[in-house]
Design a protein around this ligand. Structure first.
Ligand SMILES: N[C@@H](CCC(=O)N[C@@H](CS)C(=O)NCC(=O)O)C(=O)O
Length: 227
């Protein structure tokens, strides 16, 4: 399988899931400007929307949209039930509910904060995201979103919240969420994915990660890096 990705983007979520489940995956980088891929293809021919992640199976089938890819990966191996229980188990529906919440209520509005076209409504978007994060902060059922198990929704949440320093949202006001980030960042397979994408700790907390090249050129100043 090939996973088309950008470092530190939402594609890091399926990447983490692959590492956690020991799935054999080839990472293919996509150039944001030209849409050329590191394996020499036109990415627009793979995903006409031009965004990552896209998963290409060994038989050539293409799957797009992060939450769908996350579920496909977990369902593709018996070990995946730990990250997403099978149909009929209500925990699966709870995790799917979180996947939808993260994609609609956090991921998309957060991406708008990186786009200067929407700067006139950035304050309003920040307020809306903060409301959602306050709700989420009160919902964590254990070390992870739904309890003791690290699920596909946790991988996705970690990746979106990792953009916080660049969106002007201080996660420290929600200690439970901040603690969640530290816990996920300490997972050996998550560390492995971060290392492979050449992401380094952004601040002393060691909770947020950004591309090595970005940190070197920005002098860790905290100015925006696009997800
Ligand atoms: N609905 C898509 C959104 C994916 C998305 O926003 N991808 C961003 C990275 S986080 C991207 O590739 N942006 C580049 C672009 O839109 O050209 C999903 O959930 O997979």
């Amino acid at each position: 399988m090939k996973l088309y990705m950008h470092a530190a983007a939402c594609s890091l979520s399926p990447h983490i899931i692959c590492r956690e489940l020991g799935l054999d995956i080839e990472l293919v980088q996509v150039n944001r400007e030209t849409h050329r891929t590191s394996d020499g293809q036109d990415f627009l021919a793979i995903n006409g929307n031009g965004y990552v992640p896209a998963l290409v199976l060994d038989d050539g089938k293409v799957l797009t949209e992060g939450p769908a890819i996350a579920q496909f990966l977990a369902d593709s191996t018996p070990d995946g039930a730990a990250m997403l229980p099978p149909a009929g188990d209500f925990r699966r529906n709870e995790i799917q509910s979180y996947l939808n919440f993260i994609t609609a209520e956090l991921h998309k509005p957060m991406v708008l904060l990186f786009n200067p076209l929407y700067s006139s409504v950035h304050e309003e978007i920040r307020r809306l995201i903060s409301k959602r994060l306050a709700w989420l902060n009160g919902r964590l059922a254990g070390p992870y979103l739904t309890g003791d198990a690290f699920t596909v929704a946790d991988a996705y949440l970690f990746v979106c919240l990792n953009w916080s320093p660049w969106t002007g949202i201080d996660l420290k006001q929600w200690p439970t969420l901040h603690g969640f980030m530290a816990r996920v960042a300490a997972r050996p397979k998550v560390r492995q994915a971060l290392q492979i994408e050449e992401l380094e700790a952004f601040d002393a907390d060691g909770v947020y990660f950004a591309p090595h090249a970005y940190l070197a050129s920005a002098g860790r100043s905290g100015s925006p890096v696009r997800p």
